[in-house]
Design a binder for this molecule. Sequence first.
Ligand SMILES: Cc1cc2nc3c(=O)[nH]c(=O)nc-3n(C[C@H](O)[C@H](O)[C@H](O)COP(=O)(O)OP(=O)(O)OC[C@H]3O[C@@H](n4cnc5c(N)ncnc54)[C@H](O)[C@@H]3O)c2cc1C
Length: 452
Amino acid sequence: MGHTFSKIKQAIALFRNIDFDQLAAIAAKVDLPQLMQQFAALDEKQLRHLTAMLSPGTSKKALPPIDGDFYDVYHTLTPEERAIQLKVRAFMEKEVKPLVNHYWLHDEFPFELIDKMRALDICGVTYKGYGCPGLSFVMEGVIAMEMARIDASIATFFGVQSGLAMGSIYICGSEEQKARWLPAMQRLEVIGAFGLTEPEVGSGAAGGLTVTCRNTPEGWVLNGEKKWIGNATFADIIIIWARDVEDGEVRGFIVEKDNPGFRVEKIKGKMALRIVQNGLITLTDCVVKEEARLQHANSFKDTANILRMTRAGVAWMAAGCARGAYESALDYTRKRKQFGKPIASFQMIQGHLVEMLSNLTAMQTMVFRLSEMQDAGILKDEHASLAKVFCTLRTRDIVSRAREVMGGNGILLEYDVARFVADAEAIYSYEGTKEINSLIVGRAITGFSAFV
Ligand SMILES: Cc1cc2nc3c(=O)[nH]c(=O)nc-3n(C[C@H](O)[C@H](O)[C@H](O)COP(=O)(O)OP(=O)(O)OC[C@H]3O[C@@H](n4cnc5c(N)ncnc54)[C@H](O)[C@@H]3O)c2cc1C
């Protein structure tokens, strides 16, 4: 009797769970009574197989995780370094990713991120003292990679602040200059920019700067124009490199934004790194006190010391941009179906993915070693230049394949890869073009300078 009651209870519970609208929809397509008869004829084993086939999740094989670090390149990071890497990754994925396409499209900078970035406490990681922790160049590279993996513009903003601007003061500044500016820059309370390139002088900056400085009783007087200067539209201080009219040597100056001789105009219409605010600077009898001249910048060799340090960071950024594009593309190809199958199951798509991963793995291995050399104090210009050339070239290839395997959606901003494709173009050109960096490596390996 009890057994019968429990069967009735089970049947009632079953009926309560039935969605009769769905059942009616199924009944319109199949002969339900006949189907029920066939089910009733199944033995227990056949029924078990059928249940397993129909229950969600059990029929699908779990796919491998999406991870562009195929060789576990970062396994030697200390637990402290790994924690910083994951902290930056979480920030980029949670705080930056949802915003970037909007800001990229509108050619604006997301100022609301600065406070959150400050909380990360990652600015100037390699410097010792002045509020900076003195961590490794490998750590700095990993941070650049993690940032660019989500967005190369934010990575560039950070690279200008932490690398070029703070680096100029750290490497070429006096004790007073370092103490005054670096702690506030580390906290992102003072934003910096780095002004080397000019409208008519890019690759030839070493010998060709036309912005002049003249030492007068009132101070140094700067005149001329600077182009492409990242962060310049809102930076509090701008490092300006100028040629001394007396001896022809290159000197560096910390110019504050409210200097009456300083004017900046935003460069509009960029098709890459649109979140980065690049400025065209005009210096008109811009007077800067001796205290604001970088005391240890006495020739272009000193400027080159800064560029050597930051060029490695750009190679890391290229690796990050490539990794972001590869991981987005892999994810997409596993979800997108054509001819009834995920496109990731097609041989030619897998060919693209494997070529992307090969180059990405080579890049990450290379930049890791590059920063190890930097940490060991044996990094030379040609080492950084080789990585900049290789990584930015390969990144262009990777982002273009990522776009290709995504078909039409590859050119839509909402799928992220289109942004990586565009941004890779700027990374390819700044901090020394492929040609200039190739000439640096060529000179080192052949013993002949092919610079003209
Ligand atoms: C988005 C972006 C951000 C930037 N941010 C900054 C910044 O913050 N601060 C800053 O100072 N600068 C910045 N730059 C400038 C950047 O560093 C220069 O664009 C770069 O150095 C190349 O100079 P150029 O654009 O004048 O090209 P050019 O020097 O005019 O070169 C044009 C072409 O000629 C080739 N070429 C030049 N000389 C030779 C040669 N001897 N042999 C063979 N080929 C040669 C180049 O490789 C290139 O292909 C930025 C640029 C961009 C695009």
